[in-house]
Design a protein around this ligand. Structure first.
Ligand SMILES: Nc1nc2c(ncn2[C@@H]2O[C@H](COP(=O)(O)OP(=O)(O)OP(=O)(O)O)[C@@H](O)[C@H]2O)c(=O)[nH]1
Ligand SMILES: [Mg+2]
Length: 400
């Protein structure tokens, strides 16, 4: 069993990547290669342009997409009077290289799509989100055609769906059927788009007030699929942890780095840790685990925000969490997990790894350290992802 798990952590692809990049290097260059790789990964930018008519819910979406409420610090101003007159970039609170741009409203009497796209500097966006809170109109077609001409991608969003549902429920009373209502709105929007000349339209029904509901999963799936490979990771990390699908994808995105972080930690460590037969750079491991908590929204400030929204207390949410690190990520708690992980490491897994990455042989207990940290991070990530899942389900009122 231990053997299987060890091999599972260190995927063949991981090893190939690492081997290719550092097998011919000496230790200091190998460390630099991995550091540079991780740094480059952190520099990948994502620019999302959010556009639509005035009052359609652009600013609300810009906030919700970044996991913020309208009153939170760093949020875009929202309201019933026209509020957004010029392009403004809103940084993601945790991933500063993710920028969601709140663009000026379209559809004013003199609206010209080509001039508009020049004005907002269309080249800078990875894709556009076009938001409509009612029917699609001529200005939407114009904009779509121009965006396509510029070779950019876009996604159509029909916003304020929560509001439509409530209105429909009130109207139909006993005959109300949510699925039917949503299908009707979707068909209506798609027909609207077809009528203005768009073939095969896809419309995502979204509520900026309850972003995790309705079509948000379909939207994130589509965005992820259509982004270039190197940008997918940052999208998944930056999305708020509001659906089980996103939770799972965040875990996968974080998992991909375990091999490299473990290798870096093994290479940088030159002194064995007392009480453990391995040398590990604890600061690297600690930072990585803090990233897990932050990415899943389980850090204290994020939990606080979730409490305000869900009406739960921090204590209630924390009592649902099981990860041994939930009481604090400190050297003692990390050491204890590393100790447990090192005990379960199979010797032949270490030999296997050391034979593939000979450079590990030049550091104190290098292979052992690598396998121990990989195993520990994998387990910590599994536990934290599971806690995030439980907290998510509890905060949306689903029994756990
Ligand atoms: N019920 C409901 N109301 C929403 C939703 N999204 C936005 N609103 C409300 O609609 C109004 C306009 O929202 P904004 O986000 O300010 O719209 P905007 O497109 O940025 O408007 P401008 O900046 O004026 O162009 C505000 O009162 C929002 O609270 C939603 O998903 N559901
Ligand atoms: Mg606005």
């Amino acid at each position: 069993m231990a053997m299987f798990e060890d091999y599972y952590i260190i995927t063949q692809k991981d090893l190939e990547d690492i081997k290719d990049s550092i097998s011919t290097q000496d230790l200091p260059s190998a460390i630099n290669t991995i550091k540079e790789y991780l740094k480059q990964q952190d520099l990948v930018e994502l620019n999302i342009g959010v556009t639509g008519e005035s009052g359609s819910g652009k600013s609300t979406f810009v906030n919700a997409f970044r996991g913020l409420g309208d009153e939170d610090e760093g949020s875009a101003e929202t309201g019933t009077i026209e509020t957004t007159m010029e392009s403004k970039d809103y940084l993601h609170p945790k991933y500063k290289n993710v920028k969601v741009w709140d663009l000026p409203g379209i559809g004013t009497p003199n609206f010209k799509a080509d001039e508009y796209l020049e004005l907002v500097q269309f080249e800078r966006y990875d894709f556009f989100i076009i938001i409509a809170s009612e029917r699609f109109r001529e200005c939407h077609t114009q904009l779509v055609k121009e965006i396509m001409r510029m070779g950019k991608r876009f996604y159509f969003v029909r916003s304020k769906i929560d509001f439509c549902i409530i209105a429909e429920e009130r109207k139909r009373k006993k005959n109300f059927d949510q699925k039917k209502t949503l299908d009707t709105i979707r068909e209506d929007c798609e027909n609207g788009l077809r009528n203005i000349g768009i073939e095969d339209p896809v419309v995502f029904l979204i509520s900026g007030w309850e972003l995790g509901k309705y079509d948000f999963n379909q939207l994130q799936e589509r965005m992820e699929k259509e982004l270039p490979q190197h940008k997918r990771r940052v999208l998944m990390l930056a999305l708020p942890n509001i659906t089980l699908e996103i939770n799972e994808k965040k875990k996968k995105a974080l998992e991909e780095n375990i091999g490299k972080v473990a290798l870096l930690s093994a290479c940088v460590a030159t002194v064995p840790i007392p009480g453990l037969s391995v040398g590990v750079d604890l600061a690297i491991v600690k930072t990585e685990i803090e990233t897990y908590y932050s990415t899943f929204g389980l850090d204290d400030p994020s939990l606080q925000k979730l409490c305000e929204k869900s009406g739960k207390t921090i204590e209630e949410l924390k009592s649902l969490m099981k990860s041994p690190l939930r009481f604090g990520i400190n050297l003692a708690s990390i050491l204890s997990l590393l100790g447990a992980a090192s005990l379960a490491v199979a010797e032949n897994a270490v030999e296997y790894v050391a034979s593939l990455i000979p450079i590990l042989g030049t550091v104190v207990a290098g292979g052992m350290s690598y396998v121990t940290v990989s195993r520990m991070l994998k387990r910590a990530l599994d536990d934290i992802a599971e806690d995030a899942r439980t907290v998510l389900m509890a905060s949306v009122g689903t029994a756990v």
